[in-house]
Design a protein around this ligand. Structure first.
Ligand code: ADP
Ligand code: ZN
Length: 607
């Protein structure tokens, strides 16, 4: 079988994506490889196809025990004999799986790195014919990466201890030079092929918003996508709790996930999400590595992440099936300050001296500045991302918010001066609402109660709406010119530069709203939703898929992805051959589900 045949037969795809072939060819020819690909680009096929074509077994080292089951289920559905060896098996199940592995029943075996150190596994490995070791999430080997996992360091010794050293393929989405070097050196890769696919994910729409009320903005985003599956990333456990409860109180089926929850609840949440019982997952960055649910339609960042690597990895969990999906980051100046605090107060990692710790901190602050730059740019967001990852890109993509909208910059120096003076005058005792009312010269209960009409700045910004004044206050908060007191009723306080603003009123530029650009401006349209009969058929195919998935106890997307069903609804195949031409329908699935889906299509079309 050739690699193209394997792609069609098992996965049902017609062509390789950029970068996949080179990696597959290298591994098949016995050469190590280091593949750097963004989340969703299709890393797994790069080792799964060699696994099918090479003799013997491929061992996949993956950091997340909790997801191996789903990965293996997906492979088995495609007719690829696979198994996982991890702590979720009982001892008997484990021994049974090892027996079968010894008997050559599996082509692919998933294991956590810790497993390599156990005696039973070593004994197995010495007699087994392991031809390829695929190291998933390979950045876990590096201290410089985000998820350092010390047992990854044992992988090269393990590989070398085998009777014949297998080919080693390393896979990651992290592109920083330190991490790349670490992977090559620490994994002891031998003259590896270095492959990096383009970092562009065409089907993702990017947007950064700076809403006055994040919860309201989030609710609007979620409600605007009923029944669609989304992830909401928050930076703290507390925020996860709050946001999840907020959504649930509004009748939205949300699950939560963070490292502070019991293992059982985490497992349950993850399953609810994978099996479409909870449409929205609210989580910290602890959630998602290895999640390959392909129909995540949107990712919202409720807080700005600490660096672009984290951002793009998390945002990239949207739209793995290639269908249009949305990534929205809800930015606030507070996010910057929170991150700064976390970086400067981080506990030093063990075994790192003070000089190195300082260097790490500096680097983290630099990355944070780059992340903030992304949030504040008025230029193409996609270009900004790609340039960050070292790839050139045109300055207009047509599928990000900034490309589709104009921003105005307004000079707000004099207004800032009035705001700062008003706060100073009234003793730093009030929140944004009262200050805005005062500056606008409003006649409200609060204004009367505190006698604000006697202040010199009463009505100083009469020409602005209260909303416009609040926007300017928010801008000053973001700039650090103002700060908020902690507590339930935060009041506005003067920050470092406030004195200068009050005295001198220097020019300040605030980015503000957004007029839609004329559609003629070369906007590339993302294919719209299915319409009419096709949409109806799509619904019926989804229902059929849900029924089959439930019967088999597997997540729905493992049966067929949304993308595949969508194509079926559009093309409406009538024969097995036509069905096989649909992307995502391989031999095993055509054999197993073909009849049911063809029947459904025929029933529908014959109506
Ligand atoms: P990664 O691990 O890089 O984040 P995956 O390996 O999970 O990405 O692949 C993402 C999605 O793209 C999966 O649904 C996979 O089946 C699909 N995919 C991978 N390669 C191809 C291809 N050549 N053609 C079509 N779809 C593909
Ligand atoms: Zn753009």
């Amino acid at each position: 079988m050739t690699k193209e045949e394997a792609l069609k037969t098992y996965f049902g795809y017609d062509a390789f994506r950029g970068g996949q072939e080179a990696v597959i060819d290298a591994l098949l020819s016995g050469r190590d490889a280091l593949a750097i690909m963004p989340t969703g680009a299709g890393k797994s096929i790069c080792y799964q196809i060699p696994a099918l074509l090479l003799p013997g077994i491929t061992l996949v080292i993956s950091p997340l025990v909790s997801l191996m089951r789903d990965q293996v289920t997906a492979l088995v559905q495609m007719g690829i004999p696979a198994a996982f060896l991890n702590s979720s098996l009982t001892f008997r199940q484990y021994l049974l799986a090892l027996d079968r592995a010894r008997a050559g029943r599996y082509k692919i075996i998933y294991a956590a790195p810790e497993r390599l150190e156990t005696e039973g596994f070593r004994a197995f490995a010495e007699t087994a014919d392991i031809s390829l070791i695929a190291v998933d999430e390979a950045h876990c080997i590096s201290q410089w990466g985000q998820d350092f996992r010390p047992s990854y360091l044992n992988i090269p010794a393990f590989a070398a201890s085998l009777p014949r050293r297998p080919v080693v393929g390393a896979f990651t989405a992290t592109a920083t030079p330190e991490v790349k070097e670490d992977i090559e050196r620490l994994l002891a890769l031998r003259d590896p092929l270095r492959a990096a696919t383009g970092f562009n994910r065409e089907n993702l729409f990017f947007e950064v918003r700076q809403p006055a009320d994040k919860k309201a903005a989030l609710l609007e985003l979620v409600k605007g996508r009923p029944g669609k599956c989304g992830i909401v990333y928050c930076s703290t456990r507390k925020a996860v709790e709050e946001v999840c409860q907020f959504l649930r109180d509004r009748g939205i089926p949300a699950a939560r996930y963070h490292a502070g929850l019991e293992a059982e609840e985490r497992r349950q949440s993850q399953e609810d999400f994978l099996y479409d019982r909870a449409a929205v997952m609210v989580a910290t960055n602890a959630f998602g590595m290895g999640i390959d649910k392909s129909d995540v339609r949107y990712v919202v960042h409720y807080n700005m992440p600490k660096d672009m690597e984290s951002y793009y990895q998390e945002a990239g969990r949207a739209g793995r099936d290639g269908l249009p999906s949305t990534c929205v980051l809800l930015y606030s100046g507070q996010d910057v300050r929170t991150n700064e605090y976390l970086i400067t107060h981080a506990e030093a990692r063990e075994g790192i001296d003070e000089a190195a710790a300082e260097r790490l901190r500096e680097r983290d602050l630099q990355r944070l500045r780059q992340m903030t730059g992304f949030c504040r740019t008025r230029h193409c967001l996609r270009q900004h991302i790609l340039r960050y990852f070292g790839q050139d890109a045109p300055d207009y993509c047509g599928t990000c918010y900034n490309c589709l909208h104009n921003f105005k910059e307004v000079e707000v120096g004099r207004e800032a001066q009035a705001i700062v003076r008003c706060i100073a005058e009234t003793g730093q005792h009030f929140g944004a609402g009262v200050i805005a009312e005062t500056l606008c010269g409003a006649d409200t209960d609060r204004v009367r109660k505190y006698h604000m009409e006697r202040e010199a700045s009463y009505g100083a910004l009469r020409e602005l709406t209260q909303k416009a004044v609040r926007d300017r206050i928010r801008f000053l908060l973001d700039e650090g010119i103002l700060t908020l007191s902690p507590g339930q009723y935060p009041v506005l306080l003067l920050g470092e530069r406030a004195e200068d603003i009050a005295q001198n009123g220097p020019a300040l530029y605030m980015r503000t709203a957004e007029e839609e650009r004329p559609a003629a401006a070369g906007r590339r349209q993302i294919p719209a939703e299915l319409e009419g009969g096709q949409a109806e058929l799509f619904g019926r195919l989804r229902a059929l898929r849900a029924q089959i998935a439930r019967r088999q106890g597997v997540p729905a997307y493992v049966v067929f992805s949304d993308r595949t069903l969508r194509e079926m609804a559009a093309v409406q195949p009538r024969t097995t051959a036509e069905l096989r031409a649909v992307s995502g329908v391989g031999d095993a699935k055509a054999g197993r589900y073909g009849k049911a889906f063809l029947q459904e299509i025929e029933d529908f079309c014959g109506q």
